[in-house]
Design a protein. Sequence first.
Length: 539
Amino acid sequence: MAAFFSSKKKDDWFLDAEQREYLKKTFSQVLQDQVAINIYTDDEKNPYSEFTINFIRDLHRLDEKIQYAVIGLEDERAISAGIKGPLAIDIQPDKYGIRFLGAPAGEEGQAFIQALIMVSTGNSFLSPVSKKILNRLDEKRMVQVFVNPQCPYCPAQVGNAIKAAVELPGLVRMECVEISQNMELADKYGVSTVPHTVYDEGRLFTLGLVPEETFVSELVTLTPGQTIFTSAESIEKESYDLVIVGAGPAGLTAGIYAARSGLRTIVLEKSVVGGQVALTPVVENYPGFASIPGKQLMEIIEAQAREYVQTSSGEEVLEIRLGREIEISTNKGGYLCRAVVLATGGTWKKLGLSGENRFHGRGVSYCAQCDGYFYKQKPVMVVGGGNTALTDALYLKNIGAEVSIVHRRDEFRGEKHLSDQIQKEGIPVYWSHVVKEILGETNLRGVVLTDLKTGKEKTMDVSGLFVAIGIKPNSDFFDYLGLDKDESGFIRTDRFGRTSIPRIYAAGDITRGLKQIVIAVGQGASAAMIVFEDLKKMS
């Protein structure tokens, strides 16, 4: 019988000093009630189990409200809990159905810490609208979110499931399933992209991160893409000088400069902070960093932004109404403001081929960092010739995929050093070729390429197709405003970020021009400063 561990002092910390300082401060401020954690493992010396035990042991040493026990799979508690895998973690199992299958390593460490805070406080942190939706649930639900440690979108989707389990402990159970440690379970549900969410053991499958309100709506209705709209009119609209829509490099920088100018500002982000940069394996030559992972760069920018400006993740803008005051409605309520900066960036362009949508998550991917893990030692193809395509190809090569590139031109558009690296790594390139057809039944099994110079076709056996052919601006939603846009949908602005409509500004990849992080940052700063100047003249 394993007992809860005591806080016997040790010098061999697993967490580094910076992590310990941050977590100790956080726990001291927010933890309220004791949290019991059960670690079920068939081998304490297994690397995943060892990681988990050391990690949670350190959390206990930082705050004794966190208690834990290590339990063998032959123990009665493991058997009664229905533990079958090599490693599982239950959080406050006497009250909540919150389980992690696999070590909470990488990005999932965030979700694990969030779970501890929610359980200790008894607060789900769901929005009032989400609570109204979830309270319609009158039958039990089981949610499994499949993740990998590199996926930046996974923690937020896991967080959605944890919130629901805390809000309705008698009805909702959840599991965060780390795929590399639970391949049999992942194979059972055909998981080949993350986050992949399974409801009630297969009654509903969804791909990707969805807003909180959509998640709870899907949980209640078991209908994909369903959002139950509830009235938010009773929620008082807060007033701001500036509302920024989008929390990528441009939006966060605009927030910093606007707040420093004395403008009361909020940044709204419907997904996760960081935008496309958070998915970039490596960013090179951003000023101050010769080389840095995109996720890390955005964490640094986000941390600085939070020192100045409020940021609300998972908050989607539903409507912008122009008037003496600009009125913004969101899935969580609304705001009144004097000006708006649109910094919603872009989304991946698609090939537009038959079967592309059907095979998304079953071989077709737009995120190498999210889904590359599934294709180790498998043949994959990257479509494109810009920086993103070349970076994706190098990343896939590095993790062990058998990668090739198909590009419609006879030279790359990406930077020379990336092109040189492709050649150095010996990655095959099909110049002047396009993908004509995607082959497969339930999963991608190959593609048909067309040589643009000769017209000849060839069939290639590939398990994964990673599309990186540029971005489409996220501007269609704002068409009703009547903003002036170019033929590709990018919003036209002057050199300061002013659009064709007064008090509406735009910055970053939603606008015309070069798509570089440093340019987006500059545009965000410029837009915020001109907002300050314009509003001062109107006062």
